[in-house]
Design a protein around this ligand. Sequence first.
Ligand code: NAD
Length: 481
Amino acid sequence: METLENHINGKRQLPASGNYLEGYAPATGERIALIPRSTEHDVNQAVAAAKEAELEWASLSKEVRANWLDRIADALEECHDEIARLESMDTGKPISIARAVDANRSVANFRFYADLIRNLEDQEFQMSDATNRVLRRPVGVGVLITPWNLPLYLLSWKVAPAIGMGNTVVCKPSELTPMTADLLMRVIEKVGLPAGVVNLIHGTGAEAGAPLVEHKDVRFVSFTGGTDTGAVVARSAAGSFKKLSLELGGKNATIILDDCDLDRHMDAIVRASYLNQGQVCLCGSRILVHSSIKEKFTRRFVDAVEHLRIGNPSDESTELGSLISPEHLSKVQSYVNLAIQEGGTLLTGGGMPCLTDGLEGGNWITPVIIDGLAPDSRCSTEEIFGPMVTLHSFNSDDEAIKIANGTRYGLAGSIWTTDLERGERIAQSLDTGMVWVNTWLHRDLRVPFGGVKDSGLGREGGYWSLGFYSEATNICIMKDE
Ligand code: NAD
């Protein structure tokens, strides 16, 4: 079992309170870590370290900062297997996913932003009598708060552009999945990044996250997590006009049109529903199927889901792991019960899979499919964030759009059709930040990422992240004569 430490001003540090949280492996229930239970005292030290490092770091050229990002990427890549192992153990996700999704993307995030920032040019706008030059200056000290479902993937997505643009940061990873954030700090120490540029505080949202957001010296907050927590963060940041990016929850629709090629797309539709046990903000937890193919689709979908291999996350062949915590498992189970109360039919799943070898103590549930619920029922509109999908039918494109848009969320969606023009037309009518046609979670790191309505505020990704992690300053210079 490991005892983790905070990372402040280039040094490992115990929490001032001397108290620790216990970290458990979700697949077994085994205790794997003691996590600093940091409080305001630690927060103040971390912010002070970031503030102290601010001027010198900001004074470096973008090329020098981009070189640091590349060095971090190289050192992270050397730990590729370790990232996958820790992430799988800490989250309960299959090792193959931890490798292909989490480890690969964490390295790629640093490389991608190194390139983008190195090649970033100041914009210039000519007038007949003057030149406008737009500089991108650092914002200052920032706080980066991340959830448990894609721990290093999301943390690296924030750290790389934030420090690349000349800011210094304090990270606050989820208290449920601190292991790879700790690994990133070890990598940062190893490459010798100047002290104070990246600091990390472990602990709960209330004790460590809230004082970070409130801190007077913090100028921006990038938060990824639940919508209700996002509202608390937004209220707290508003008083001091901190720059804010909120990436929040979703209730995404997967729309299957009558001309969908099921042979070709069924595996991808199953993946869109259950990747990471449905614990991806982009997962399609509502499947809307054209009524003419509903019966055929349902038969094939249930069959494919029942064949998913659920079990030991460290087995290479495992496709579904465990849920993150006993509390989250109870939440998903309560939605299965609610679905039945709301008049739905349980087509499959909802039980404990038959597991041995210590996995009996983990947070397991077989993937759930519910049919027959009204599109405006609670189970069809609230974010469950687990391996549970509701099926609905529609008779026209307009009806599909109306159902898809009928939630408080607006993060993402996907449309499956052989008619790409029809797919794109429907995509333009969805109230979401992102829509895929005949694919899902197909990511180009240059494109904007984020949601509308209660799914968030602002966009990250590509130049959108560079915009958030900087202040645009226009200098207008009058020409001679
Ligand atoms: P959460 O909101 O409970 O916690 C997220 C982070 O916020 C954690 O680090 C937590 O400690 C911290 N936190 C909690 N209260 C806080 C407070 N008052 N002040 C500051 N920080 C606080 O979310 P979670 O359960 O860890 O993650 C699941 C949620 O994240 C889901 O709703 C999911 O949709 C969402 N999510 C969104 C995206 C996206 O890009 N839109 C990506 C991944 C996850």
